[in-house]
Design a protein around this ligand. Structure first.
Ligand SMILES: [Zn+2]
Length: 99
């Protein structure tokens, strides 16, 4: 990619940052968001990113009475990373709906 940013360097949401966000949201760990903010992320952006990943109150409710092994996993159908609720959950919502 040859994108040149004119703004002051902003950290991007890499795969490992996504993992942190999931961890933060599911485990409600304030220190994680503090660490992300220290890295230069806006708290607002992190919350928005969490929403993009599929993290929501509704999602959390679903998790609370199931297996809480939530993590970003690679979809076996399209190889995209998606929010998975357990090791047995290996298809992203898009692929699941397709089959
Ligand atoms: Zn997929």
């Amino acid at each position: 990619m040859t994108q040149v940013s004119t703004k002051t360097e902003q950290p991007s949401f890499t795969a490992s940052v996504d993992d942190r966000i999931v961890e933060w949201f599911v485990k409600d760990k304030d220190e994680i968001i503090k660490r992300l903010v220290n890295k230069g992320f806006e708290r607002r952006d992190v919350i928005e990113r969490a929403r993009e990943l599929g993290l929501s109150e509704q999602f959390l409710k679903k998790c609370s009475h199931g297996n809480p092994d939530v993590a970003m996993r690679v979809c076996l159908g399209c190889s995209e990373r998606f929010l998975s609720v357990g090791v047995q959950n290996r298809l992203c919502p898009r692929c699941r709906n397709r089959s």
